[in-house]
Design a protein around this ligand. Structure first.
Ligand SMILES: Nc1ncnc2c1ncn2[C@@H]1O[C@H](COP(=O)(O)OP(=O)(O)OP(=O)(O)O)[C@@H](O)[C@H]1O
Ligand SMILES: [Mg+2]
Length: 1090
């Protein structure tokens, strides 16, 4: 899980600790790039000590410049380049790309209160935009700072912010594109590489961005909603706040750069871009070579290439931008003709003798004539002569070499300068707000103007620039004080006068009519006679010599004199002292172009030049205003414009002179802090109260610190704040309650409150966590519970339905059953078919469970009437099956046994009493084995195989004396053996029959033929295994049918026709004895089996 820590430090700055992987998150902001959030949200920095305060008014020691710079330094080291002084944004050039200008950042600042987020240029842009919308007041954003401090970048960022965040339609998109694309064009023509900045603006620029406001009656809420949503519900024609036009005013282009550059500097970018990037064809037409070294105007600084600039790709950008802005091909061609002609002009070389200049080579003139669309001869003439009109007469006099060169340079400067102005006007036409249906629009002005400049040698340009900065400072202080005062008034708090340095005195010194420096300079320029820069200086000494802010070498004390030249004057500006060298002041102020050069240009066929050089200018007798006067007038106008608007300020600071990122040069910065008047600004802002906030914001932030205001204060806000600060123990002198805001005098009071909040946050966090955990667990539980109930309900429903169904089915079954039972004896019909089927089914199922286990098991369930026949079949089948199985399992021995038993059964079953007892006893194969039979007998038998032997008792025929004998059965005869003697052999063929009684005795008689002499008559024997013995004999002799079972008595022959008789009677035990009647009487025990 990612850990997120959000910390709020005074004035609502949010600090985010990074996650474990270095990512950053923000609760109400979109997630943005790692670096981006870091810089924007000041993440990873939890201590105020490290990041400093984000608003200088919270500096405890606000009068200390060191503390101020230290705070700036701390922030700079953490890439926090923006810091507020109240509503003024101080920006330090990071000299590297910070990822804090993404679309996400723009979204983050859009529509958000100034103090809710960390300082950013987007906050200023958005604040101005919102003020414009809500208060319906035009706004302006003043960006100042020294060269390279980041003014132009800042203005571009603001423009981009509006281009991205403001609503747009196709038409508006065109304007947005043109607004954005005006930058590369103006930069190409008006910016140059200087020692201080590779892309230094060499002109001042004020740009109005016009926003449409057609329906002023629209409510605030709907306006806000259209702002916050990128796709507004309003059709654009009715929507408010889209950028619909723009207007640019340019100030004092540094024209001298066209003809001269200091070492290490360059001319305006466009020259290099054209030479590097222009197509071959184009260069040929313009008569240019692809080598800047060929042009005198480009070699002065000896710096044709700059590593940070890619002229070739910039050329492409500019070419495209020109098209976007609305230049057609002809206009571009003519514009480039002019640029090329300036280069050719620079290459015009003079020669000649005795001070009369002439042009040594006319190649350049040929190009110039074509490019400028003028007559070459006339141009040559104008470049070597001057025409003066004195008392209505034209006087033409030749120029000497020096004059001719300066006339040529003057022409170059004039052509370039005027073309630049034309370019600005052209852009203005393309940006013009064209919708005439309702001429109401609001404006945000962006002023990107040169900052205060101090060089080793300061000239007329620095004088103008620094004068401009004096004016802006004056406006700034006045407006800041004014707004402070207004706020106090609005809040009903007594205004406490603030001590501040009023630089009006310096402004007056420069611009005052008749007495000011500009007036004196003009006077010197205009007066007849030998006016020179030195006479100008003397005049200054005479006129303003006593001014406390003016010093010259002559007027200075000894110490100052050492650092001043004799041709210099020093102004004690609000920002510091600057020495100006008067050399060139008059010329630059005059900015003169000889009349004949003007005439030539007026005759030009180049459409741009005809607009730049108006013929009326020639007939106008009045001398044109001097450069300084023009500048003064344009500044006055600018002040008017700015005064009519609500200002916001961006003060840009340059951290070092070497354009390095991460280097913070204390001395350089102290200097800028001083001349940007930041300390003064802070002092004014802190004069009364360091901190102020609207009641709702203050209460919202700190309400948790007081039980009465926590969690919500329902009554009046001011009462809530009063209760809160009372609870916090604020002393009456520490704060004041205004109408809608609380004013806190010292930052320490706020910090103490902030710390209390910091501590309170822990318990709040615990509370919130507990609440949240409880809530989330409760909701989880509730969810589970509802789910469980739902499942239960469903399941119970299912079960109940199943049960009901089963009950219904059961009832149906029972009903059918009963009906069936009632109709059971009827023919099969719908009423009884179920029952009958059931009975059958039930019988079959019972049968299945109770089938007989074996062949002897005779059990069989009673079938219903309808199945009697089937049952019988089944029973038979079952029995057959069991028998089949039984038979399959029978061994040959057992089969033999069973066959014998079968024969026994056939013979004796139900005929002889001891038969049943014999059934379970197995027949043995023999009851006499080799050991029991005398070997002699065996020997006598020879090959005859003995099939069965059993011990028997033989009863004599006469006396019925019992004698123990053995009965042996062979394949052909039964042999009676007495020990070792074969006593009698009865061949089976001769065996007439066998008699036996029906009682349980073991006696039997073997009947032999009486006429056989070998035989001694029938043999009466007794065997203990009579059934077995007789069965064996019957089988061996094949006499199964010859066994007679007799009741009562058996008669037998006793040789020679005599007969014997055996009487059988049942009795209690076996008795065999000779009866008195001479019969053998056998009493056989009665057995229960029969
Ligand atoms: N916010 C910024 N982020 C990154 N780089 C910046 C930023 N601002 C300025 N720079 C860098 O500083 C350089 C100088 O900035 P810029 O041209 O805006 O200065 P300037 O104040 O307009 O100077 P001049 O008065 O000479 O026109 C830029 O080219 C750019 O490299
Ligand atoms: Mg600039």
């Amino acid at each position: 899980m990612m850990e997120l820590r959000i910390q709020l430090i005074p004035t609502g700055e949010i600090i985010l600790s990074p996650g474990k992987n270095g990512e950053n998150f923000c609760h109400n902001c979109k997630v943005v790039g790692t670096d981006g959030v870091r810089a924007m949200m000041e993440s990873a920095l939890t201590a105020r000590d490290r990041v400093g305060v984000q608003d200088f008014i919270l500096l405890e020691n606000y009068t200390s410049e060191a503390a101020f710079i230290e705070n700036l330094r701390k922030r700079f080291k953490e890439n926090l380049i923006y810091t507020y002084i109240g509503s003024v944004l101080v920006s330090v050039n990071p000299y590297r790309d910070l990822e804090i200008y993404t679309k996400n950042h723009m979204e983050r600042y859009r529509g958000v209160n100034f103090y809710e987020v960390s300082p950013h240029i987007y906050a200023v842009a958005d604040n101005s935009y919102r003020s414009m919308r809500t208060e319906r007041k035009d706004q302006c954003i003043l960006i100042s700072g020294e060269s390279g401090a980041g003014k132009t970048e800042a203005s571009k960022k603001i423009l981009q912010y509006y281009a991205v965040t403001c609503p747009a339609s196709d038409q508006v998109q065109t304007i947005k594109d043109r607004l954005l694309q005006s930058n590369p064009v103006l930069e190409a023509f008006g910016n140059a590489k200087t020692l201080r900045n590779d892309n230094s603006s060499r002109f001042g620029k004020y740009m109005d961005i016009q926003f449409d406001f057609k329906y002023p009656s629209m409510s605030l809420s709907s306006r806000t909603s259209s702002l916050s949503s990128p796709v507004s519900p309003w059709p654009l024609s009715r929507r408010q706040g889209a950028p619909v036009g723009g207007h640019i005013i340019n100030y004092l282009l540094e024209k001298s750069r066209v003809v001269h550059q200091n070492h290490g500097e360059r001319n305006f970018h466009i020259f290099y871009q054209l030479i590097e990037g222009g197509e071959e064809d184009l260069l040929r037409r313009l008569g240019l070579e692809r080598n800047p070294q060929q042009y005198q105007y480009l070699v002065k600084g000896n710096c044709p290439k700059v590593s940070s600039i890619n002229d070739r790709s910039d050329w492409k950008v500019v070419r495209k931008a020109l098209t976007v802005i609305g230049f057609n091909e002809d206009e571009v061609e003519e514009l480039l003709n002019i640029i090329a002609s300036v280069l050719h002009l620079g290459n015009v070389q003079y020669g000649g003798e005795e001070g009369v200049a002439c042009i040594t080579c006319d190649t350049q003139i040929k190009y110039l004539a074509r490019l400028l669309g003028v007559n070459g001869t006339v141009l040559t003439e104008a470049l070597t002569h001057k025409k003066i009109i004195a008392k209505g007469e034209e006087l033409i006099s030749p120029l000497n070499l020096e004059q001719a060169s300066s006339a040529r340079d003057a022409l170059s400067k004039a052509v370039y300068g005027r073309t630049f102005t034309w370019l600005v006007n052209k852009i203005n036409t393309s940006l013009a707000y064209t919708d005439d249906s309702y001429k109401h629009y609001s404006v945000i002005g962006l002023l990107d103007i040169y900052g205060f400049e101090v060089f080793q040698h300061n000239s007329f340009e620095q004088f103008c620039i620094n004068y401009c900065n004096e004016k802006l400072q004056q406006l700034f202080i006045e407006l800041t004080l004014k707004s402070e005062q207004e706020e106090y008034e609005a809040e009903g708090i007594t205004w406490e006068p603030v001590q501040y340095f009023n630089n009006k005195i310096i402004c007056d010194l420069v611009e005052e009519k008749f007495k000011g420096i500009i007036s004196i300079l003009d006077e010197e320029c205009l007066r007849p006679g030998d006016a020179s820069d030195i006479t100008f200086l003397e005049k200054l000494e005479d006129t303003v010599g006593g001014h406390p802010h003016f010093v010259t070498h002559k007027l200075a004390d000894g110490k100052t004199r050492k650092v001043m030249g004799r041709d210099e004057f020093r102004l004690l500006h609000y920002a510091g002292e600057v020495n100006y060298n008067v050399n060139g002041f008059l010329d630059k102020n005059n900015d003169l172009l000889f009349r004949n050069l003007k005439e030539v240009m007026c005759m030009s066929e180049n459409k741009i030049l005809t607009q730049c050089f108006d013929r009326e200018e020639l007939s106008d007798k009045k001398r044109p205003d001097t450069a300084a006067t023009q500048f003064k007038a344009s500044l006055a106008k600018l002040m008017e414009i700015l005064m009519s608007k609500e200002p916001s300020y961006i003060r840009c600071i340059k951290p070092n002179d070497s354009k390095q990122s991460g280097r913070f040069d204390d001395v350089l910065i102290r200097h800028q802090v001083k001349y940007l008047g930041l300390m003064e600004n802070l002092r004014v802002r802190r004069a009364g109260f360091a901190y102020r906030r609207r009641y709702e914001v203050f209460l919202q932030r700190y309400k948790s610190l007081c039980p009465e205001t926590w969690p919500n204060w329902e009554a009046k806000l001011s009462d809530g704040v009063a209760t809160l600060v009372k609870h916090l123990g604020y002393k009456p002198e520490d704060y004041k309650l205004g109408r809608s805001k609380i004013f806190i005098r010292f930052p320490k009071t706020l910090f103490a409150t902030e710390e209390a909040l910091e501590n309170r946050k822990h318990s709040l966090a615990t509370m919130l966590q507990a609440g949240w955990k409880g809530y989330s667990q409760r909701s989880k539980y509730q969810k589970l519970r509802t789910s469980a109930i739902a499942i239960q309900a469903w399941w119970r429903g299912i079960l109940a339905r199943r049960r009901a169904k089963r009950r219904r089915q059961a009832a149906d079954t029972i009903r059918r059953f009963i009906k069936g039972f009632i109709y059971r004896h009827k023919e099969r019909c719908p009423e009884n078919e179920y029952f009958l089927d059931y009975v059958r089914y039930s019988f079959l199922m019972t049968l299945r469970r109770n089938l007989p286990k074996n062949v002897l098991d005779k059990s069989w369930p009673t079938p219903p009437a309808a199945l009697t026949e089937a049952s019988e079949h089944l029973r038979k089948l079952c029995m057959q099956n069991m028998v089949w199985i039984y038979c399959k399992r029978i061994s040959p021995e057992w089969k033999h046994q069973m066959e014998q038993k079968m024969i026994a059964s056939e013979i004796f079953k139900e005929k002889k009493d001891n038969y049943p007892q014999s059934v379970p006893k197995l027949f043995l194969s023999t009851r006499l084995d080799g050991e029991n039979i005398n070997p002699k007998v065996l020997q006598a038998l020879g090959n005859e195989k003995l099939k069965y032997g059993v011990p028997v008792t033989k009863y004599d025929r006469k006396g019925y004396k019992p004698r123990q004998r053995q009965l042996l059965l062979t394949a052909n005869s039964a042999i009676i053996v007495e020990d070792a003697k074969l006593k009698q052999r009865i061949d089976y063929d001769t065996l007439k029959g066998i008699s036996v009684s029906s009682l349980s005795d073991g006696l039997f008689v073997l009947h032999v033929p009486s006429d056989d002499n070998k035989q001694k008559g029938d043999v009466v024997l007794q065997s203990d295994h009579v059934i077995e013995t007789l069965t064996k004999i019957a089988i061996c002799a094949n006499k199964v049918n010859n066994i007679n079972i007799n009741q009562g008595s058996i008669t037998f022959t006793v040789g020679q026709g005599k007969e014997g008789c055996i009487d059988f009677t049942p009795g209690s035990e076996l008795l065999v004895a000779k009866a008195k009647n001479g019969h053998l009487s056998v009493t056989a025990p009665r057995l229960n089996s029969r």
